[in-house]
Design a protein around this ligand. Structure first.
Ligand code: PEP
Ligand code: CO
Length: 467
């Protein structure tokens, strides 16, 4: 991407910046930001460029984007079991999608940095007290006291460090062969044994193993690329001081890279084209995503396409639509038309989570499996009807056996939510619901006639984040 002469990493400061915390101690904030500026980056520009070219493939139908992870990561859950469980479920889902679609699947986690949350209100009632809203572990603490809810600049450093620890562990696991397609048993999750879907999943794994052996017989040697699988990182680029502190120039490349994540996104609430977030994202060279939904008018989207995607660079812009099962049929077509009229190429991705959130009688935020699936199925159909292509999905999910969304093969009910509801913010699909979701969409996708199985398996050499 060519650098913009009228942009700098802090030019967003001249624009209204929504959803930014207010810090009591400005000096402590300046110290924390200065430290973040000195510390090494979390990711590198060559990983970012590699992802960008893969996203360009997804936009043109040669790959499919699978993005998933927590609504909000928590500092406390930076643990080996939580991280491996997330990798395992993403691997399993991607295997199902590769198998069904015969397309390469790009795995992007909502992890190693998904610590900041936009909130609809600045204050909330907790046990009768009016407290500042919890904004994610990057900013304040979830506890129910004024002290815990105060924005703490030290948390910027703690979240950066936990992101680095998470990424370090993921890189080491991938390097060590954790994601080796020859050994899918490495990434089995314990309770797959008891899942109603276990048999179907095992059949797919066995068939994939067959294809792999077939290819290796033909090639006369092991398919080395199959020993490792890439994961990329993404988070909502919400806290602009944090993003700015890690936005840098790099040797031998033009432009500025936001090195906190490979693939940051602009959330729904901060997508005003005149706002600070659009200004910041306009100037970074990363592939970026933009959430679009009921509040995105065609005029606003047209303006954002001009701002964020002026050069129509392949892989640069992903539009993530999130209308809800009841809103997508009316909401999506005008946006598809706006992009068509612009003549630009984007990657279309569906987030079937954020338009389908509801609150139960007992005050739990939840989502119904059937609404999530229903939005996705409509998304496939609406794109097909408009001659566009759904090239990716984004889920809030976990590899653990939580009870936050209702429905799925085990028919989890509202009462069942109490058994293990952990999310501090939005409800996630649990392991079994996630795998079932992948299987249900895989049935929909079907193989593309121009994509032989080996094209999906034998992807061209890529730079993995571990190198
Ligand atoms: C999210 O992805 O967690 C989120 C807050 O989404 P949105 O900005 O689409 O509401
Ligand atoms: Co969320």
């Amino acid at each position: 991407m060519s650098p913009r002469s009228d942009w700098s990493p802090d030019s967003w400061r001249s624009r209204p910046a929504l959803q930014q915390p207010v810090y009591g101690d400005r000096k402590a904030l300046a110290r924390a930001v200065a430290e973040l500026e000195r510390l090494p980056p979390l990711v590198t520009s060559w990983e970012i460029e590699s992802l960008k070219s893969q996203l360009a493939d997804a936009a043109s139908g040669r790959a499919f984007l699978l993005q998933g992870g927590d609504c909000a990561e928590s500092l406390a859950e930076c643990t080996s079991p939580a991280i491996t469980a997330k990798l395992k479920i993403l691997l399993q889902m991607s295997l199902v999608l590769v198998f069904a679609s015969r397309r390469r699947v790009i795995r992007v986690g909502r992890f190693a940095g998904q610590y900041a949350k936009p909130r609809s209100a600045d204050f909330e009632e907790v046990a009768g007290a009016r407290l500042p809203s919890y904004r994610g572990d990057l900013i304040n603490r979830a506890g129910a006291s004024a002290a815990e809810r105060a924005a703490d600049p030290e948390l910027l450093l703690r979240a950066y460090e936990r992101s680095a620890l998470t990424l370090n562990f993921i890189r080491a696991l991938v390097d060590g062969g954790f994601a080796d397609l020859h050994h899918p048993e490495y990434w089995d999750l314990g309770w797959v044994e008891h899942s109603p879907l276990a048999a179907e999943y095992r059949r797919m794994v066995a068939a994939l193993g067959e294809s792999l052996r077939f290819m290796e017989t033909l090639a006369g040697q092991p398919v080395a690329e199959m020993n490792r699988v890439d994961f990329y990182t993404s988070h909502e680029g919400l806290h602009l001081l944090y993003e700015q502190a890690q936005t840098r120039r790099v040797p031998h490349r033009e432009g500025w890279y936001d090195l906190t994540a490979h693939f940051p996104w602009i959330g729904m609430r901060t997508s005003d084209p005149e706002g600070a977030h659009a200004e910041f994202f306009r100037g970074i060279a990363n592939p970026i995503a933009l959430k679009v939904g009921p509040a995105t008018t065609p005029e606003r989207l047209a303006r954002l396409l001009d701002l964020l995607h002026p050069d129509d660079e392949p892989g640069r812009l992903t539009l993530v639509h999130r209308f809800g099962a009841r809103g997508i049929a009316a909401g999506l077509p005008p946006l598809l038309e706006t992009v068509r009229a612009s003549g630009k190429n984007v990657l279309w991705c569906c987030d079937p989570m954020h338009g389908n959130t509801e609150t139960t009688g007992s005050g739990r935020k939840t989502r119904r499996f059937d609404d999530i699936l229903g939005e996705l199925e409509q998304a496939f159909e609406l794109h097909a009807a408009h001659g566009t292509r759904l090239g990716g999905v984004q889920f809030e999910l976990t590899g653990e056996n939580v009870t936050e969304c209702t429905g799925g093969a085990r028919g989890l009910t509202n009462d069942g939510l109490e058994r293990d509801y952990r999310s501090q913010v939005d409800p996630r699909l649990n392991y079994e619901q996630s795998l079932e979701m992948a299987m249900r969409i895989a049935r929909r996708m079907g193989p593309e006639s121009d994509q032989p199985a080996d094209a999906a398996l034998g992807s061209p050499p890529r730079i993995a984040p571990t190198r």
